[in-house]
Design a protein around this ligand. Sequence first.
Ligand SMILES: NC(=O)c1ccc[n+]([C@@H]2O[C@H](COP(=O)([O-])OP(=O)(O)OC[C@H]3O[C@@H](n4cnc5c(N)ncnc54)[C@H](O)[C@@H]3O)[C@@H](O)[C@H]2O)c1
Length: 288
Amino acid sequence: MGDSAAARRRVGVVGAGAIGTSVGADFLLHGFEVVFVDRDERTLAEAARKVAEGVRFAPMLRPGLRRLSRAELAERARYVVDLGELAGCEFVVENVTEDWAVKRDLYARLDAALPPQVGIGVNTSSISIQRLAAETTRPEWIVGIHFMNPAYATEAVEVMRGANTSDDCLAYVEELVRSLGKQAIVVGDFPGFVSNRISHVFFNEAARLVQEEGVEPTVVDQVFKRCFGHTMGPLETADLIGLDTVVLTLRHLRESTHEDRYEPCGLLEQKVADGEVGRKAGRGFYRY
Ligand SMILES: NC(=O)c1ccc[n+]([C@@H]2O[C@H](COP(=O)([O-])OP(=O)(O)OC[C@H]3O[C@@H](n4cnc5c(N)ncnc54)[C@H](O)[C@@H]3O)[C@@H](O)[C@H]2O)c1
């Protein structure tokens, strides 16, 4: 059954990197139109390639997802630099670099570009929703929406309620997440939320075992997969997220909790300095 252009819902995805492209592909697979925004044409061209790849592989990872033809993809996805192109979107998911200064600058500009009734979902690993909301004139329509990668293969989204997030905004986001075939799990706006407060201790300790005890990454991951029944081990997961994003998140957690356990271990810092940031670079703890 074809859905008419007039009936289609449209969302914006700002920041089309590792997670933004995955989130956008998920919206496209669920019948939405998506306007992708990133800093330059080269990044956008790479994003379009990743989105096409995601759309092609998603039905294999999540049986039941409908396939999108190339023509449908071309009709529904747009790639732009100008935030002004988001004006026709009902909601925007923000996925730019995990850096307070980058996000803060963007929120002021996004707030100016979007009509007042449009909500913004912060897809962050550790930055406070309330702090970003304070940079806008719509704090009640700012909410955390933390997708895991790859977004189209997951069954739930961690939704973070900021101090000012309204009941209407929360209800809207819960419905939006349901329309992607997922459950919204609502948590508070505390450092690292639930997911990353815990997962980043695993990532850091797993890297430390490699660094200090000489344990092979495959051994660490095998223990998690074969003994605990996890689908992926911590080092494979860190590679998938991107070790640059993992290190930025650990630094935020260290600053906001004052806990030494979040101090990024030397091996993680070294891999980032060497450009070995994981799957997206072709090399991290593993080669791809
Ligand atoms: N990687 C993951 O698995 C994952 C999962 C959930 C949430 N997140 C969060 O999503 C955000 C992005 O993470 P990522 O791993 O995709 O990072 P990434 O580095 O792969 O992508 C970030 C993108 O944002 C773009 N960008 C930076 N500043 C911009 C601006 N002012 N305007 C438009 N685009 C801009 C960059 O060009 C890049 O394409 C972070 O806040 C991260 O914590 C990541």
